[in-house]
Each structure stands twice: as C-alpha cells, then as structure tokens.
Design a protein. Structure first.
Length: 331
C-alpha cells in the first residue's frame, strides 16, 4: 500500500509568524512609550514652573521700576510747577519794580519842583524878614517868655492828631505841652481839642477843665495815647475853639500844634478867624493864637508845599491875633 503524502502550505505558516512578531513589536513599543511618558511630563512640569517663577520675578521687577519711574515723573512735574510759579512771581515782581521805578522817577521830579518852589518861597520870606527888620522895633511887652506872651487866664491846646504827627512828633508834642503848662503855674481853666474840634474829655465839651495838679497829670497821661480822627487841617479846631470859648470878659490863649496845611484857602481862614475873634472897641483881640510847627514832613518826606502853606498861615494868624509862631527843628 502506498503511503499518501500530505501537502503543507509553508507560506501561510510563515506569514502568520511574521504577523505575530510584528504585533508583538508594536505592543512592546507601546509599553515602552507609556512607561517613559510620566517622566517626560514631570520634567516638562518642572520646566514650566521654573519659567513661571522667572516670569513672575521679572514682572515684579518691571512693576518696581514702573513705580520708581512714576515717582520720578511726579517729582519732576512738581518741580516744573514750582519753577513755573517762581517764574510767574519773578515776572510780577519785575512789573511791580518797574512801576515803583516809574513812580520814584515821578516823585523825584515832583520833589525837585517842590524844592524849587520852596527855594522861591524862602527867598520871599527872606525879603519879608528884611522888610520887617527895617521897621521900628515893637516895644517890649511884659509877661513874655521865649517870645510867647503868657498873660492869659485860660489856655486851649488844639493838636493835630494826624498820622504824621503821631508817628514822628508825638513825644515832642507831649514835651512842649509840659513846657507850656510849666510857664502857666495856675490858670482859671484849660481845654484840649484836636484839629477837628473834638474834645479830649467829652464830659467837658464846651466847658473849662478846672486847673489842678491832678487834672494836669490826667491830661498828660491821656495825651500819650490820644489819637482821634484828623484831616490834618487846623481850620476846624481853631475856629471851633474861638466860637465855643470867646468871651469879652476872659483873656484866652490858643496853642496850635501841627505840621501841615493841605487844603483850603489861607485868606478864607484868616477872614473867618478875624470875624470870630473880633476885637472889643479900643482894645486888642481877646483870644491870642500861638502856633508851634513840627518838621515831620521835612525830616521824613512829604509835600513841602503843604509845609510852606502851614508856615505862611500860622505866621499870619499869630501876627493878626497877638500871638507867636515857633517853628521847631525836631528837638
């Protein structure tokens, strides 16, 4: 009997082996790649954290630099504003100084003009003095001290209380009043008014203040700080004193203390005083008017024309009313 031979398909067996080996290799690759994936992720995570921390640090540095730059910017703006303010002040000061310079130049020109007027007035006064010296001297009067008659029974002080007098001459005013009171040991009455006609003691308005040592001390104490309003004109005070106290049976002396005559007509004042201080028939005027001039405007700057007008008014007023005019030199 013949042995039968079995046919085997070699190709099919080999193909299956190859396919199995391929699948095995793929599975092995997958296993290997999955095993290494956590390590890669861990390394990547660490790198990312380091990068984030570095970026945060750089961000903090940028923010700090930004704050510093902002502070410097604010400081620079403040300095710029200060410099602008200073520039504006300097411009304002320049404008003010320019105006002051112009005013000073105008004042210098005005003062030069006044000095020329004063020089002309002084020349006229000198000519008047020469004329008076050529006249026969008056007979010597009794009861005269320092050229001032002291035969009155009542005395009235009329005092210019303006700013120039109070600032520059008040101590001298008090000194001269003490000196005048000392040459009148006792009188029948005293009164004190300012150049506006306001009374030092309102309770004695229109009345005579009794003359006692105590009352004289009160007058001098009150005078130290007595500063009622004044328009720096002698007219109201002198006219008010004469109108209130003129009496045909009383001998009265008015002492006016002042430094300038700024407005009004000299002749109008003389005419009105002449009407008020009328003489009794066959006798002289009953109210003597003396004047003491203080050189405040000359020594401390002022309108010299007012000084000349004051001197002219007081010289004539004293001459017409049996008194004396004394011009002080500051002492």
């Amino acid at each position: 009997m013949k042995r039968q031979k079995h046919n085997m398909d070699v190709f099919n067996l080999s193909f299956l082996d190859v396919i199995s080996c391929g699948f095995g290799a793929i599975i092995l690759l997958l296993v290997i790649s999955k095993a290494s994936e956590p390590l890669v992720l861990k390394t990547t995570s660490k790198n990312l954290k380091s990068t984030v921390q570095r970026l945060k640090y750089e961000l903090d540095e940028v923010r700090q630099k930004s704050r510093t730059i902002n502070l410097e910017l604010v400081t620079t703006r403040n300095r710029l504003a200060e410099k602008k303010d200073r520039l504006a002040r300097l411009r304002s000061e320049k404008t003010s100084l320019t105006a002051q310079l112009k005013a000073a130049q105008t004042d210098i020109n005005a003062r030069n003009k006044i000095e020329q007027q004063l020089e002309t007035a002084m020349q006229k006064l000198t000519e008047e003095m020469k004329r008076l010296q050529s006249m026969k001297p008056r007979p010597v009067r009794e009861n005269i001290i320092g050229g001032v008659p002291v035969d009155s029974e009542y005395i009235i002080f009329v005092i210019d209380t303006s700013g120039s007098m109070y600032r520059y001459a008040w101590n001298l005013v008090q000194k001269k009043i003490r000196e005048i009171l000392s040459i009148y040991p006792h009188v029948k009455g005293i009164q004190v008014m300012n150049d506006m006609g306001d009374y030092m003691f309102s309770q004695y308005a229109g009345q005579w203040i009794p003359d006692t040592p105590a009352r004289r001390r009160v007058i001098l104490r009150r005078l130290a700080n007595w500063t009622p309003f004044s328009n720096s004109s002698p007219v109201e005070g002198i006219e008010g004193a004469i109108a209130s106290f003129w009496n045909p049976g009383k001998r009265i002396s008015i002492y006016y203390f002042g430094d300038d005559f700024s407005h009004g007509s000299i002749q109008d004042v003389l005419n009105k005083v002449n009407r008020l201080n009328r003489p009794i028939t066959g006798r002289k005027r009953l109210v003597r008017i003396h004047a003491v001039g203080f050189p405040t405007l000359i020594l401390h700057g002022g309108n010299w024309n007012n000084v000349v007008r004051f001197a002219a008014l007081m010289r004539k007023l004293a001459e017409d009313n049996n008194g004396s005019f004394v011009g002080l030199n500051g002492r």
